[in-house]
Design a protein around this ligand. Structure first.
Ligand SMILES: NC(=O)c1ccc[n+]([C@@H]2O[C@H](COP(=O)([O-])OP(=O)(O)OC[C@H]3O[C@@H](n4cnc5c(N)ncnc54)[C@H](O)[C@@H]3O)[C@@H](O)[C@H]2O)c1
Length: 395
């Protein structure tokens, strides 16, 4: 009989990402629609078990959303053959240890980024998963943003001619936490707790750049802590030991230059919280989270630099909006559906722990560049050979 459901251990489900994106918008939305649609037309239902450290919080979430299973005992959940996938949305610092156990238990692994705190550890996890023969996937949500989907469409159509450069602005003002609560968790600003905008954003920039424009071959970055003192969730002052802004140049295979600013200390004067401008020989585009506007070569105005005359040309009007022409689903949900199909039907899946390790590699190289003031090359990663971890629990 065809498999009717798949059990998923959801660890860290009380957190921002775990709750909103993975539980609410993905797993519960998939459950609501009757499961993941498979290639043969069948549906496979998702069955979550909520895992965390605080039983009362889990019980309340389970009650609120009609979820039958929850536990504070990760080892017991990993030992239970009812659960096929281990999904990790913990703070970055706690991730590697939990994933190691899940690999040893023979579970398929699905995780938030960054996959680990260091490149050796990220590579070791990827190698362990391969040695154990467990399927694995890492979140790559930005590729599903409607704005970037439209951008990918433009690239595929040959709109740009030869792409020359990418310049991106990501960021917004994150409050310090004194007279208004901060809108990000305080661990994000403490290096010792796995925080920092380089570690947070470079894993995203890596898969965005390599999937749309070319492999990142080198990086020059300057990471800074603009605001050294912040206030945590309880109103206590703390020292921000992690970077809150990074200004970086990436050189890509094929010659494209990308320059991306990432900042939690910038006030927004853009249409969206992230915008990428792509200039090509035949046209340019500005893509954000949702929108994407273009200016083809044939409709490019001819500005002439003249500081003596006020310029009343409205440059914003030289751009055309790209239509949706599609229904864009929540990217986290779509990724979950693809990963479940990969586990159940063995469909191809390229965003694995090795891809995740490349994101960690870029973050590490960015921080090294910032420390040394030099451009850092990124060699292509190969997985180290490791012996499979002995199975820690009986399956
Ligand atoms: N894909 C994205 O766009 C995106 C966005 C933000 C964060 N993230 C990633 O998601 C992960 C979670 O980030 P968040 O913003 O949801 O953080 P959060 O602080 O809101 O949630 C963290 C979760 O981990 C749990 N936790 C904290 N310390 C722990 C410990 N020592 N042991 C076990 N569990 C622990 C918390 O209880 C909570 O459930 C991070 O790795 C972060 O890099 C991804």
């Amino acid at each position: 009989m065809a498999q009717k459901s798949i059990g998923i251990i959801m660890n860290g489900v009380s957190g921002r990402m775990g709750y909103r994106q993975h539980l609410l918008r993905s797993i519960l939305a998939i459950r609501e629609q009757g499961g993941v649609l498979l290639g043969n037309g069948d549906r496979i239902q998702v069955e979550p078990i909520l895992v965390g450290r605080r039983e009362a919080v889990l019980a309340e979430l389970a009650r609120k959303h009609g979820i039958a299973d929850y536990t504070t005992d990760l080892d017991a959940a990993l030992a239970d053959p009812r659960w096929t996938i281990y999904a990790d949305f913990l703070v970055t610092k706690a991730r590697a240890a939990a994933i190691r156990k899940a690999i040893a238990a023979g579970k398929a692994i699905y995780t938030e980024k960054p996959t680990a705190e260091s490149l050796p550890e990220a590579l070791e996890l990827a190698a362990q998963a391969r040695a154990a023969g467990v399927k694995n996937g890492v979140v790559h949500d930005k590729l599903f943003l409607p704005g970037l989907r439209k951008l990918a469409r433009l690239i595929d159509s040959g709109f740009f001619g030869r792409i020359l450069s990418v310049r991106g602005e990501f960021g917004y003002w994150v409050f310090e936490g004194d007279w208004q609560p901060a809108q990000r968790p305080s661990w994000n600003y403490r290096a010792e707790d796995g925080g920092g905008i380089v570690v947070d954003m470079f894993p995203h920039w890596n898969y965005v750049l390599e999937n749309l424009f070319g492999r990142v071959e080198s990086v020059y970055a300057r990471a800074v802590t603009h605001i050294p003192n912040r206030f945590d969730e309880t109103g206590q002052p703390y020292t921000a030991t992690a970077d809150d802004a990074v200004y970086a140049v990436f050189e890509l295979a094929g010659g494209v230059i990308a320059q991306l600013n990432s900042s939690w200390t910038v006030r927004v004067d853009r249409k969206e919280l992230v915008e990428f401008q792509i200039d090509g020989t035949h046209g340019s585009a500005v893509a954000g989270l949702f929108g994407c506007r273009i200016q083809p070569r044939n409709a490019t105005p001819k500005p002439v630099w003249n500081p003596d005359l006020a310029d009343d040309h409205d440059y914003a009007r030289d751009w055309m909006e790209v239509p949706d022409n599609d229904v864009f689903e929540n990217g986290f949900k779509t990724q979950w559906e693809q990963f479940v199909r990969h586990v159940v039907e063995d469909t191809p899946y390229e965003f694995d722990l090795l891809a995740g390790a490349r994101g960690v590699q870029l973050a590490e190289a960015g921080l090294q560049s910032s420390r040394t003031g030099t451009r850092v090359d990124l060699p292509e990663l190969v997985l180290p050979k490791v012996a499979p971890t002995p199975t820690a629990v009986t399956r």
